[in-house]
Design a protein around this ligand. Structure first.
Ligand code: GLN
Length: 192
């Protein structure tokens, strides 16, 4: 059975994720409330601005429901700001910004600095036959990955696509390259 996949739609680049999931024929729910969150079998946290998303999650009383779904093993894909939110430690974040701590990563917000703040490059992804064109927009840099974290792709020496159990994260925007392979892998791994 294919899962119903929620896309957190409080802020940021959620619409392009919904389009790819539609294209894959997957049932989707835009998640803005705890009741909508309750209905999903898997969730995508999109790119955008992690500080704002964190604040909107708090304002919408979604932090605790989200923590509880995640600790129940909800499969989740976090891209860019979504990666930041799911990580265990955020460097250069706001002091009141939530780190949900479901993947053992230490990440630096906007870690590529102003010169390189947005760039595109082809990356080799474990398990893919051909490179994936990755779009980085004010992306976080993963500065430390715990032993439990599987690194699926790197740029230079930095992990950019990682997985730990049911949690998958990308430092780039996989929804922006017209390539559905990362979404397909996520949906397949969330299927049951
Ligand atoms: N720099 C953003 C943040 O700190 C992330 C950018 C993105 O999601 N494209 O949340």
């Amino acid at each position: 059975m294919t899962p119903t996949v929620g896309v957190l739609a409080l802020q940021g680049a959620f619409a392009a994720h919904v389009r790819i999931l539609d294209w894959l024929g997957v049932a989707t729910v835009e998640v803005r409330t705890a009741a909508q969150l309750e209905r999903v079998d898997a969730l995508i946290l999109p790119g955008g601005e992690s500080t704002t998303m964190s604040m909107l999650l708090e304002r919408g009383e979604l932090i605790e429901p989200l923590r509880s779904k995640l600790s129940g093993g909800l499969p989740v894909l976090g891209t860019c700001a979504g990666l930041i939110l799911l990580s265990s430690k955020i460097l250069d974040g706001r002091s009141d910004q939530h780190a949900l701590g479901v993947i053992d990563l230490e990440v630096r917000r906007n870690g590529y600095g102003t010169q390189l703040d947005s760039f595109e490059t082809d990356i080799d992804v474990a398990g893919f036959d051909d490179p994936f064109h990755a779009v980085f927009i004010r992306a976080p840099v993963v500065e430390r990955a715990g032993e439990q974290v599987e690194i699926l792709a790197k740029v230079d020496d930095n992990p950019v696509l990682c997985r730990q159990g049911q949690v998958m994260v990308a430092a780039f925007h996989p929804e922006l390259s017209g390539d559905d392979r990362i979404h397909r892998r996520f949906v397949d791994s969330a299927g049951y």
